[in-house]
Design a protein around this ligand. Structure first.
Ligand SMILES: [Zn+2]
Length: 69
């Protein structure tokens, strides 16, 4: 994956958790990956991933820095 110096804008290309592209937009900075049931929240230069199980319960959360996933 090429990551240049450009800031990632509103478009999310891949899930940081499973790298799937089946990502739906919930709100301006919140996305949901239906492949791994993860909620992805973008804040400035940080990315938060909240994993859910099939019941919708949160089972894990990750904090990623930048977009180097
Ligand atoms: Zn995913």
């Amino acid at each position: 994956m090429l990551i240049g110096g450009d800031t990632v804008k509103n478009e999310v290309i891949k899930c940081p958790n499973c790298h799937d592209t089946t990502i739906g937009k919930i709100s301006k900075a919140t996305y949901f990956c239906s492949n791994c049931c993860s909620e992805i929240v973008y804040r400035k230069d940080e990315v938060y991933v909240y994993k859910h199980n099939e019941d919708g319960r949160m089972i894990d959360n990750l904090k990623l820095r930048g977009f180097e996933y």
